[in-house]
Design a protein around this ligand. Structure first.
Ligand SMILES: Nc1ncnc2c1ncn2[C@@H]1O[C@H](COP(=O)(O)OP(=O)(O)OP(=O)(O)O)[C@@H](O)[C@H]1O
Length: 675
């Protein structure tokens, strides 16, 4: 074992704050004195440092969160920035990849190894405090202490194997099989059978640790890679903890950022809750538009699954149609997204929901594949007895996805590259991400003409259309699905083989979620990302994420200048302007549109329906002017007179300008004279 291996073992479970330790040493400070003082499971400070790792050592301008959830949510975030998420760095943190072959080597020598003064470790690489070390050296451990130490060791080995890092007090050991659910937590046979019926044979790493935490009714902040089973990780403990239907108030709420994700969670919940008798409800658009919802009716729901906007809408109704006063569990899925402030985030809605769940016994669970330091900080400050669980490295992609960056020259190059990929052969199903619905529509038309089995999903489509597209894609009737950021998070399409980022993702976090639509549940996947010079500002972040997940990336990308926080924020909020995807000449497109319109109107006529209303032309004003000769003449006159006026004023300006400059000169002259 060389010094590096040894250090790796000893620092297992420890994160270094780059801010503190990255700076050149100003004095005789040795790393041993400053770096490691972590008693992992008991020191929340360590958790904070650890969650901060990856923040590129930028200052977090976060205000202290108060005890009021609303203020806390608001104050915490407006200025805070998920920077670490944008520029995740390579800090591996406490978890190890387990590739270290020395790790499992049996050792005949049980004596601890001493490294860097006060820190020491046993042969398994577990850090030992000086006091304990003394005791071990002296062979003074009582039989109970020995047993405890052995158990700790066993748990550490399991966590290491599963790449689990935990923070918080009294974290229960991870479970290793579904049998443990029965033997340790008395989970019903029915529930375990439902897991098996779903095709699951053993818990995934996040489930191994999140289940015992939540089954002990502890609040949790969970971060695990995309497609690693986080949904079942929070559903199973909910279903167990609620212990059957009660119908006297909503007892669990699950909030998801999109309707598609809420629907998917609802489906999974129904599947795992089979024969439990629990009343599981999803708020649909119909619920919002008809007035059938009443307090009496909603109180019969045991579990409510919803998007934040819909829930807040119902919470605001007078008289009340919904109460969250009996809620025992609030689950926030894709929690970093829900903590986001601004028009694309849900911070205000989350604050309202958080406040509405005001029972004394309410527990919260925050789940996502990515987390920023501000989410961790807020949770730590506001969620009593919180346990943080992370699988692998925070803010990295799953290692199941083979990733590739392709320079395509310019916007036209993207379509050429895509057609080339298709002609060489791709393995459907394929998801293609673009930055806007307009581009989604354009690309759809292009690929449709290529005869590809393609469809498109974006926010302009009706809920029914969206549902049908998702269904068709799931059933394999659509092979290539073009989508916007809408489908970037959480959505679980079985067996997506390839994700193409036709347009560069707006941030590294978006990249992680987008490519996480493939390589799910242990399957392999591939992700190809096109880029042009326009994408240079975010290239470094994405390249860093790729490098961290073990992909080869050219060094020049990693050496690129770091983009300022401000630019990154701007790029996240405003997509760069790009040349149209479409290769069809404009007049051809218009001809096509007219033809389609004719066909539709003919069909409508047959059905006795009125023809479609005239489509608004983008240059309507101009046309309206041309249609109205009086207005046209008036405008021409206005233009001419303004032109004349301009000319005149220019002349005047010239005059007066000269005059002015002259007078200026004069005054200057005067002032000089005065001086
Ligand atoms: N224990 C298990 N064994 C096998 N497959 C599982 C297990 N638990 C969940 N899955 C499957 O793994 C897939 C991904 O699960 P899920 O959608 O919960 O991932 P996720 O971690 O929430 O991903 P994302 O971060 O993208 O939302 C699903 O198809 C689910 O059915």
């Amino acid at each position: 074992m060389d010094a590096f291996d040894l250090f790796k073992k000893l620092s297992n479970g420890i994160r270094f704050n780059k801010k503190k330790f990255g700076a050149p040493s100003s004095g005789p400070q040795r790393p041993s004195e400053t770096a490691v003082k972590v008693k992992e499971e008991e020191q929340w400070n360590a958790a904070e440092e650890w969650m901060k790792a990856g923040s590129e050592a930028e200052s977090e301008e976060e205000t202290e969160a108060g005890s009021n959830p609303n203020t806390a949510l608001e104050s915490d975030g407006s200025e805070s920035d998920d920077d670490n998420s944008e520029e995740p760095d390579g800090d591996s943190g406490s978890s190890d990849d387990g590739s270290d072959s020395d790790m499992d080597e049996p050792s005949s020598n049980d004596a601890p190894i001493t490294l860097l003064g006060s820190i020491s470790a046993d042969r398994e690489g577990k850090t030992i405090t000086a006091k304990k070390e003394k005791k071990i050296k002296a062979g003074k451990l009582s039989p109970e202490e020995k047993l405890k130490a052995q158990e700790e060791e066993r748990v550490n080995i399991i966590r290491k194997k599963l790449r689990l890092s935990v923070s918080g007090g009294g974290v229960p050991p991870p479970i290793e099989s579904f049998d443990d659910l029965r033997s340790q937590f008395k989970v019903s046979e029915n529930l375990v059978n439902n897991l098996k019926k779903a095709g699951y044979s053993e818990p995934t790493p996040i489930q191994s640790q999140a289940w015992p935490v939540m089954l002990q009714n502890r609040q949790i902040l969970a971060c695990a890679p995309t497609g690693s089973g986080k949904t079942a990780a929070f559903l199973l403990p909910l279903l167990h903890n609620l212990r059957g239907a009660r119908r006297d108030g909503i007892r669990a709420v699950i909030v998801s950022p999109t309707r598609e994700l809420a629907k998917q969670t609802h489906r999974e919940c129904i599947r795992l809750a089979e024969n439990s008798g629990l009343n599981i409800h999803i708020i649909s658009k119909v619920n919002l538009t008809n007035s059938k919802l009443s307090l009496e009716r909603t109180n019969k729901f045991d579990i409510l699954i919803t998007t934040p906007n819909r829930l807040v809408f119902l919470l605001k109704q007078e008289p009340a149609v919904l109460s969250l006063k009996s809620v025992e569990w609030l689950i926030v899925d894709e929690s970093d997204k829900l903590f986001e402030a601004g028009p694309r985030g849900f911070r205000d809605q989350l604050a309202a929901i958080y406040q509405a769940c005001d029972s004394k016994n309410v527990k919260r669970g925050m789940f996502s594949a990515t987390h920023g330091a501000h989410v961790a900080k807020w949770c730590k400050q506001n969620l009593k007895g919180l346990i943080a669980v992370t699988v692998g490295h925070r803010n990295t992609t799953t290692d199941k996805v083979q990733q590739e960056l392709v320079f395509v020259g310019n916007e036209q190059g993207k379509l050429i590259a895509m057609r080339e990929m298709i002609s060489k052969g791709i393995q459907p199903p394929v998801l293609v991400f673009v930055q806007s619905k307009e581009r989604a529509k354009e690309l759809f038309t292009e690929l449709l003409y290529d005869g590809i089995n393609v469809d498109v999903i974006h926010s302009d489509r009706t809920q029914l259309q969206r549902d049908n597209v998702v269904k068709s894609f799931r059933e394999g009737n659509i092979w290539v699905l073009i989508c916007t950021e809408l489908m970037g998070r959480g959505v679980d399409f079985k067996g997506v083989n390839l994700v193409i980022n036709f347009d560069f993702p707006p941030s590294a976090i978006s990249y992680i979620h987008r490519i996480g639509r493939t390589g799910r549940a242990g399957r392999e996947g591939k992700a190809v990302t096109f880029f042009t010079v326009t994408d240079a500002p975010i290239l470094r972040s994405i390249a860093t994420v790729m490098r961290d997940s073990g992909c080869d990336v050219p060094q020049y990308m990693l050496d690129m200048k770091k983009t300022s926080k401000r630019t990154r924020r701007e790029l996240e909020n405003r997509a760069p302007e790009r040349a149209s995807v479409s290769t069809v000449p404009k007049f051809e497109k218009q001809k096509q549109e007219r033809l389609e319109r004719k066909i539709q109107n003919a069909k409508r006529k047959k059905k006795g329906l009125a023809p479609l209303p005239e489509k608004e032309k983008p240059k309507k004003d101009k046309k309206r002017v041309a249609d109205n000769p009086l207005e046209e003449t008036a405008q021409k006159k206005r233009k001419m007179s303004s032109g004349k006026h301009k000319k005149k004023s220019m002349l005047n300006n010239d005059d007066s300008g000269n005059g002015k400059s002259h007078s200026k000169k004069k005054s200057k002259h005067k002032s000089v004279k005065k001086d």
